[in-house]
Design a protein around this ligand. Structure first.
Ligand code: URA
Length: 197
């Protein structure tokens, strides 16, 4: 099976999942989407209201900002980036997913990572950092520093929703994305073009 078929098979399995209570309270499972080329993967926290309605990750206000940030680095979902989340069902009222909900969903994300096989992973916010790498890690001190995890380069940065609340963080995130662009040129495509760096 090729990557498309493998991930489609996983998606069909995940759409039927009832491993935790979140599925009872959401309208649909938001599996993830994007390029399977294996350059870059971006991981968020979990679906919000817009994502729950549309069944696609990062389509609300935070998602639009994420697309702009990625675009500044010369990236888009179709050609360069696969987007996933720590949990695939919307937590009620957009609360942070509970440890047991993250644990129930994590095997699916690990499979997605294995299939997409990205060279670089960007973690958006504390939930993504803690859910995937280290429950004790702090986003404020971890952001902007490369981690080498499971033979992949991982860059934690702030979640776009945090930038909507505090626009002063945009500069900081841009510094982190510039590092991602450099690494992408080094590991994935030396000719990668970005308008801004
Ligand atoms: N926030 C997230 O963390 N993920 C989404 O898919 C949308 C908003």
């Amino acid at each position: 099976m090729n990557k498309e078929e493998t991930i489609q098979q996983l998606k069909e399995q995940v759409l039927l999942c009832h491993r935790c209570k979140l599925r009872e309270g959401c309208s649909q499972v938001v599996f993830g989407e994007g390029s399977l080329k294996g350059g870059l993967m971006v991981i968020g926290e979990g679906p919000g209201q817009d994502e729950d309605r549309q069944g696609r990750p990062f389509v609300g206000r935070a998602g639009q900002l994420l697309d702009k940030i990625l675009e500044s680095g010369g990236f888009n979902r179709r050609e360069h980036v696969y987007i996933g989340n720590i949990v695939k069902c919307r937590p009620p009222g957009n609360r942070v997913p509970l440890p047991e909900e993250r644990e129930a969903c994590l095997p699916y994300l690990m499979e997605q990572i294995a299939i997409v096989d990205p060279k670089i992973i960007v973690l958006l916010g504390a939930t993504a950092l803690q859910g995937l790498i280290d429950p004790q890690a702090k986003i404020g001190t971890s952001r902007g520093k490369w981690l080498y995890w499971e033979e992949r380069w991982v860059m934690p940065t702030y979640h776009p929703a945090a930038l909507l609340r505090n626009p002063a963080l945009k500069r900081t995130v841009w510094e982190d994305i510039k590092q991602v662009v450099e690494k992408y040129r080094e590991l994935v495509d030396a000719t990668h073009r970005s308008e801004y760096c």
